[in-house]
Design a protein around this ligand. Structure first.
Ligand code: OAD
Length: 237
């Protein structure tokens, strides 16, 4: 593990972690843009189209077929990256995790302050009456999940063409702009507005742990091209 990272972590007091799908690949959930990722598999429509608001409205049944098969991973467990970040928060080193992931694995590992920019599969609401439904309800439903009132139950996941939750944005902005060390990892940094949040960081050191190049590599003062579970797992907190 690069000693430079350990040193930066030792010196910092308000670490914020910003991550994406690559954080969960070691838990067995494929990411989107790697060669074995979701966007390289063949479907009747591209996943970006299926995961859009207009597709949800027009082809609701098809949306849920894809969603249940590809977005829900009920057996996935947190990996060394999730666990270390939770430990860092517990020990008062890390202020927040800002994630584009919807899998809930940071919370499963024990992280408390998690800004879920793209929502979560763990929460689902009726679009008519607002009633809450669990992930299991949606997973066990056939065809389109319906509320007792007859409305469609929609996952609290931010689809393409939808905007991010304002409170989540404010929280993430506050945390990133206050951080004295930003660790970014497991994200291609290609989806906006999420990737633009990095520009709010005002600290001197930005660590990027990603297996492949990203458009924001120039912002990093330390780049580590290894698997994130392996790298974070070795940190001493
Ligand atoms: P991507 O699939 O675009 O990027 C994942 C990145 O993680 C890639 O650059 C991989 O090289 C890297 N990676 C994979 N496994 C890794 C590991 N074990 N260690 C280190 N790096 C690893 O996923 P995101 O950037 O999260 O949005 O994608 C952003 C958004 O695009 C998602 O939230 C989703 C998707 O469309 C919505 O659905 C709204």
């Amino acid at each position: 593990m690069p000693g430079d990272l350990q040193q930066l972590v030792d010196q910092a007091r308000h670490i914020v972690f910003f991550g994406g799908a690559g954080v969960s690949t070691e838990s067995g959930i494929p990411d989107f843009r790697s060669v074995d990722g979701l966007y390289h598999q063949q479907y009747d429509y591209p996943p970006e189209v299926i995961l859009s608001h207009s597709f949800f409205i027009r082809h609701t049944e098809e949306f849920f077929r894809f969603y249940r098969a590809k977005m829900l991973c009920p057996d996935a467990q947190p990996n060394a990256a999730h666990n270390k970040l939770a430990e860092m928060e517990k020990k008062g080193k890390l202020s927040a995790v800002v994630t584009q992931n919807i899998d809930g694995l940071h919370q499963a590992a024990g992280s408390r302050h998690v800004c879920e920019l793209h929502g979560s599969v763990k929460r689902n609401h009726c679009i008519r009456c607002g009633r809450f439904y669990s992930e299991d309800f949606v997973r066990n439903s056939t065809s389109v999940p319906h509320c007792t009132c007859g409305g469609i139950v929609k996952p609290d996941v931010v689809l393409y063409e939808e905007s991010l939750d304002e409170e989540v944005i404010s929280d993430a902005v506050r945390e990133i702009s206050r951080a004295d060390l930003l660790i970014v990892g497991g994200t291609s940094l290609s989806v906006y507005p999420a990737a633009g949040f990095l520009d709010l960081y005002r600290g001197n050191e930005l660590v990027l742990i990603n297996k492949t190049e990203t458009p924001k590599d120039h912002m990093a003062t330390l780049i580590i091209r290894q698997s994130i579970g392996h790298v974070l797992g070795q940190l001493h907190i």
